[in-house]
Design a protein around this ligand. Structure first.
Ligand code: AP5
Length: 200
Protein backbone atom coordinates (compact mmCIF):
# COMPACT_ATOMS: atom_id res chain seq x y z
CA UNK A 1 0.00 0.00 0.00
CA UNK A 2 0.92 3.66 0.34
CA UNK A 3 3.53 4.81 2.83
CA UNK A 4 0.88 5.92 5.35
CA UNK A 5 -0.76 2.50 5.04
CA UNK A 6 2.20 0.95 6.83
CA UNK A 7 2.46 3.55 9.59
CA UNK A 8 2.03 2.95 13.32
CA UNK A 9 -0.91 5.11 14.42
CA UNK A 10 -2.08 5.82 17.95
CA UNK A 11 -5.18 7.98 18.33
CA UNK A 12 -5.35 10.19 21.44
CA UNK A 13 -8.79 11.10 22.75
CA UNK A 14 -10.24 12.66 25.88
CA UNK A 15 -12.47 15.58 26.80
CA UNK A 16 -11.35 19.17 26.34
CA UNK A 17 -8.61 19.83 28.90
CA UNK A 18 -8.08 16.15 29.76
CA UNK A 19 -4.36 16.67 29.10
CA UNK A 20 -3.92 15.15 25.65
CA UNK A 21 -1.42 17.74 24.43
CA UNK A 22 0.53 17.70 27.70
CA UNK A 23 1.00 13.92 27.62
CA UNK A 24 1.73 13.86 23.89
CA UNK A 25 4.82 16.03 24.53
CA UNK A 26 6.14 13.41 26.97
CA UNK A 27 5.42 10.57 24.56
CA UNK A 28 7.15 12.30 21.66
CA UNK A 29 10.24 12.86 23.78
CA UNK A 30 10.52 9.24 24.92
CA UNK A 31 8.99 7.14 22.16
CA UNK A 32 9.98 8.90 18.94
CA UNK A 33 6.48 9.47 17.63
CA UNK A 34 5.44 12.43 15.52
CA UNK A 35 2.69 14.40 17.26
CA UNK A 36 -0.10 15.58 14.99
CA UNK A 37 -2.85 17.50 16.77
CA UNK A 38 -6.05 17.87 14.75
CA UNK A 39 -6.84 21.07 16.67
CA UNK A 40 -3.39 22.55 15.97
CA UNK A 41 -3.58 21.64 12.26
CA UNK A 42 -7.00 23.28 12.04
CA UNK A 43 -5.82 26.44 13.83
CA UNK A 44 -2.82 26.68 11.48
CA UNK A 45 -5.05 26.27 8.46
CA UNK A 46 -7.43 28.89 9.84
CA UNK A 47 -4.56 31.39 10.02
CA UNK A 48 -2.97 30.46 6.68
CA UNK A 49 -3.13 33.23 4.07
CA UNK A 50 -5.27 32.17 1.15
CA UNK A 51 -6.95 29.21 2.86
CA UNK A 52 -10.42 28.45 1.52
CA UNK A 53 -11.48 27.13 4.91
CA UNK A 54 -10.33 29.85 7.34
CA UNK A 55 -13.74 31.32 8.13
CA UNK A 56 -15.43 27.96 8.30
CA UNK A 57 -12.84 26.55 10.75
CA UNK A 58 -13.05 29.66 12.93
CA UNK A 59 -16.81 29.34 13.28
CA UNK A 60 -16.73 25.61 14.10
CA UNK A 61 -13.97 25.96 16.69
CA UNK A 62 -15.65 28.89 18.45
CA UNK A 63 -18.87 26.87 18.68
CA UNK A 64 -17.04 23.73 19.85
CA UNK A 65 -18.36 21.79 16.86
CA UNK A 66 -16.64 19.13 14.78
CA UNK A 67 -15.11 20.67 11.67
CA UNK A 68 -16.27 18.79 8.52
CA UNK A 69 -14.42 15.53 7.98
CA UNK A 70 -13.10 16.34 4.51
CA UNK A 71 -11.06 19.28 5.80
CA UNK A 72 -9.67 17.52 8.87
CA UNK A 73 -8.71 14.23 7.19
CA UNK A 74 -7.02 16.04 4.30
CA UNK A 75 -4.91 18.15 6.68
CA UNK A 76 -3.88 15.05 8.61
CA UNK A 77 -3.04 13.05 5.54
CA UNK A 78 -0.92 15.89 4.14
CA UNK A 79 0.93 16.19 7.44
CA UNK A 80 1.55 12.44 7.59
CA UNK A 81 2.92 12.35 4.05
CA UNK A 82 5.18 15.34 4.71
CA UNK A 83 6.52 13.71 7.89
CA UNK A 84 7.29 10.43 6.17
CA UNK A 85 8.97 12.22 3.26
CA UNK A 86 10.92 14.88 5.18
CA UNK A 87 11.69 13.22 8.53
CA UNK A 88 11.55 9.55 7.61
CA UNK A 89 9.28 8.99 10.61
CA UNK A 90 6.18 6.81 10.26
CA UNK A 91 4.97 6.56 13.86
CA UNK A 92 2.14 8.97 14.59
CA UNK A 93 0.32 10.16 17.69
CA UNK A 94 -2.85 11.61 16.29
CA UNK A 95 -4.28 13.87 18.98
CA UNK A 96 -7.94 14.93 19.03
CA UNK A 97 -8.94 12.63 16.23
CA UNK A 98 -11.23 10.88 15.34
CA UNK A 99 -13.89 12.85 17.17
CA UNK A 100 -16.85 11.59 15.19
CA UNK A 101 -17.81 8.17 13.81
CA UNK A 102 -17.58 9.26 10.19
CA UNK A 103 -13.94 10.32 10.69
CA UNK A 104 -13.05 7.03 12.37
CA UNK A 105 -14.54 4.92 9.58
CA UNK A 106 -13.23 7.05 6.72
CA UNK A 107 -9.68 7.37 8.09
CA UNK A 108 -9.28 3.65 8.68
CA UNK A 109 -10.71 2.91 5.26
CA UNK A 110 -8.74 5.41 3.20
CA UNK A 111 -5.53 6.13 5.19
CA UNK A 112 -4.66 3.35 7.61
CA UNK A 113 -5.76 1.28 10.61
CA UNK A 114 -4.89 2.58 14.07
CA UNK A 115 -3.04 0.33 16.52
CA UNK A 116 -5.04 1.59 19.49
CA UNK A 117 -6.61 4.67 21.07
CA UNK A 118 -5.17 6.26 24.18
CA UNK A 119 -8.16 7.62 26.08
CA UNK A 120 -7.73 10.13 28.91
CA UNK A 121 -10.54 9.91 31.47
CA UNK A 122 -11.14 13.03 33.52
CA UNK A 123 -14.02 14.68 35.36
CA UNK A 124 -15.77 17.65 33.82
CA UNK A 125 -15.08 19.77 36.88
CA UNK A 126 -11.31 19.23 36.66
CA UNK A 127 -11.24 19.81 32.91
CA UNK A 128 -13.20 23.06 33.20
CA UNK A 129 -10.87 24.37 35.90
CA UNK A 130 -7.82 23.61 33.76
CA UNK A 131 -9.23 25.30 30.68
CA UNK A 132 -10.43 28.44 32.45
CA UNK A 133 -7.01 28.69 33.99
CA UNK A 134 -5.23 28.19 30.65
CA UNK A 135 -7.65 30.67 29.01
CA UNK A 136 -6.11 33.50 31.00
CA UNK A 137 -2.91 33.26 28.93
CA UNK A 138 -3.57 30.96 25.95
CA UNK A 139 -5.43 33.43 23.78
CA UNK A 140 -7.53 30.53 22.54
CA UNK A 141 -10.90 31.75 21.33
CA UNK A 142 -12.60 28.65 22.74
CA UNK A 143 -11.25 28.80 26.32
CA UNK A 144 -14.25 30.71 27.69
CA UNK A 145 -17.16 29.34 29.72
CA UNK A 146 -19.64 29.22 26.85
CA UNK A 147 -17.33 27.52 24.33
CA UNK A 148 -16.11 25.10 26.99
CA UNK A 149 -19.69 24.05 27.73
CA UNK A 150 -20.30 23.41 24.02
CA UNK A 151 -17.04 21.46 23.68
CA UNK A 152 -18.07 19.21 26.58
CA UNK A 153 -21.43 18.54 24.98
CA UNK A 154 -19.84 17.69 21.63
CA UNK A 155 -17.39 15.40 23.38
CA UNK A 156 -20.09 13.45 25.21
CA UNK A 157 -22.57 13.24 22.33
CA UNK A 158 -20.28 12.85 19.33
CA UNK A 159 -16.82 11.71 20.41
CA UNK A 160 -17.62 9.21 23.17
CA UNK A 161 -19.33 6.88 20.65
CA UNK A 162 -15.97 6.66 18.83
CA UNK A 163 -14.23 5.55 22.03
CA UNK A 164 -16.97 2.95 22.60
CA UNK A 165 -16.64 1.73 19.02
CA UNK A 166 -12.89 1.08 19.37
CA UNK A 167 -13.39 -0.36 22.85
CA UNK A 168 -15.61 -3.10 21.39
CA UNK A 169 -12.65 -4.66 19.61
CA UNK A 170 -10.24 -4.14 22.49
CA UNK A 171 -8.43 -1.17 20.95
CA UNK A 172 -8.70 1.36 23.79
CA UNK A 173 -6.08 2.00 26.49
CA UNK A 174 -7.84 3.93 29.29
CA UNK A 175 -5.77 6.32 31.35
CA UNK A 176 -6.92 8.02 34.56
CA UNK A 177 -6.13 11.69 33.95
CA UNK A 178 -7.16 13.61 37.10
CA UNK A 179 -3.83 13.29 38.87
CA UNK A 180 -0.68 15.34 38.30
CA UNK A 181 0.94 15.29 34.85
CA UNK A 182 3.80 13.08 36.13
CA UNK A 183 1.41 10.59 37.69
CA UNK A 184 -0.71 10.47 34.55
CA UNK A 185 2.40 9.85 32.46
CA UNK A 186 3.29 6.83 34.62
CA UNK A 187 -0.06 5.31 33.61
CA UNK A 188 0.69 6.09 29.96
CA UNK A 189 4.04 4.30 30.13
CA UNK A 190 2.40 1.21 31.63
CA UNK A 191 -0.25 1.24 28.91
CA UNK A 192 2.39 1.50 26.21
CA UNK A 193 4.43 -1.33 27.70
CA UNK A 194 1.31 -3.54 27.71
CA UNK A 195 0.81 -2.84 24.01
CA UNK A 196 4.44 -3.53 23.13
CA UNK A 197 5.36 0.07 22.32
CA UNK A 198 9.03 0.54 23.18
CA UNK A 199 11.03 3.54 24.42
CA UNK A 200 13.62 4.85 21.96
P1 AP5 B 1 -8.40 20.73 20.40
O1 AP5 B 1 -7.38 21.72 20.07
O2 AP5 B 1 -8.09 19.30 20.18
O3 AP5 B 1 -8.89 21.00 21.85
P2 AP5 B 1 -9.56 20.06 22.96
O4 AP5 B 1 -9.87 18.67 22.60
O5 AP5 B 1 -10.70 20.86 23.43
O6 AP5 B 1 -8.42 19.87 23.94
P3 AP5 B 1 -7.39 20.90 24.52
O7 AP5 B 1 -6.28 21.15 23.58
O8 AP5 B 1 -8.10 22.12 25.02
O9 AP5 B 1 -6.94 20.12 25.78
P4 AP5 B 1 -5.95 18.89 25.97
O10 AP5 B 1 -6.72 17.66 26.32
O11 AP5 B 1 -4.94 18.77 24.88
O12 AP5 B 1 -5.27 19.36 27.30
P5 AP5 B 1 -3.89 20.13 27.53
O13 AP5 B 1 -2.78 19.17 27.58
O14 AP5 B 1 -3.80 21.28 26.61
O15 AP5 B 1 -9.74 21.03 19.56
C1 AP5 B 1 -10.28 22.34 19.50
C2 AP5 B 1 -11.39 22.42 18.49
O16 AP5 B 1 -10.89 22.11 17.17
C3 AP5 B 1 -12.56 21.45 18.67
O17 AP5 B 1 -13.49 21.92 19.59
C4 AP5 B 1 -13.10 21.38 17.24
O18 AP5 B 1 -13.88 22.52 16.93
C5 AP5 B 1 -11.85 21.40 16.40
N1 AP5 B 1 -11.35 20.05 16.16
C6 AP5 B 1 -10.32 19.44 16.80
N2 AP5 B 1 -10.14 18.19 16.36
C7 AP5 B 1 -11.08 17.98 15.41
C8 AP5 B 1 -11.43 16.87 14.59
N3 AP5 B 1 -10.80 15.69 14.67
N4 AP5 B 1 -12.43 17.03 13.70
C9 AP5 B 1 -13.08 18.18 13.61
N5 AP5 B 1 -12.85 19.26 14.38
C10 AP5 B 1 -11.85 19.17 15.28
O19 AP5 B 1 -4.16 20.62 29.02
C11 AP5 B 1 -5.11 21.62 29.31
C12 AP5 B 1 -4.57 22.50 30.46
O20 AP5 B 1 -4.47 21.73 31.66
C13 AP5 B 1 -3.17 23.04 30.20
O21 AP5 B 1 -3.10 24.32 30.73
C14 AP5 B 1 -2.25 22.06 30.96
O22 AP5 B 1 -1.08 22.65 31.38
C15 AP5 B 1 -3.13 21.64 32.12
N6 AP5 B 1 -2.92 20.23 32.52
C16 AP5 B 1 -2.77 19.17 31.69
N7 AP5 B 1 -2.65 18.03 32.40
C17 AP5 B 1 -2.76 18.38 33.71
C18 AP5 B 1 -2.73 17.64 34.94
N8 AP5 B 1 -2.56 16.30 34.95
N9 AP5 B 1 -2.89 18.31 36.09
C19 AP5 B 1 -3.06 19.66 36.08
N10 AP5 B 1 -3.08 20.43 34.96
C20 AP5 B 1 -2.93 19.80 33.78
Amino acid sequence: GTAEGEATVIFVLGGPGAGKGTQCSNIVRDYGFKHLSAGDLLREEQDRQGSDFGDLIKEYIRDGKIVPMEVTIQLLENAMQATIKNDGVNKFLIDGFPRKMDQAIQFEKSVCKSNFTLFFECTEKVMEERLLNRGKTSGRADDNEESIRKRFRTFVETSMPVVEYFDKDGRVVKIQAVQTPDEVYEHVKLGFAERGIKLV
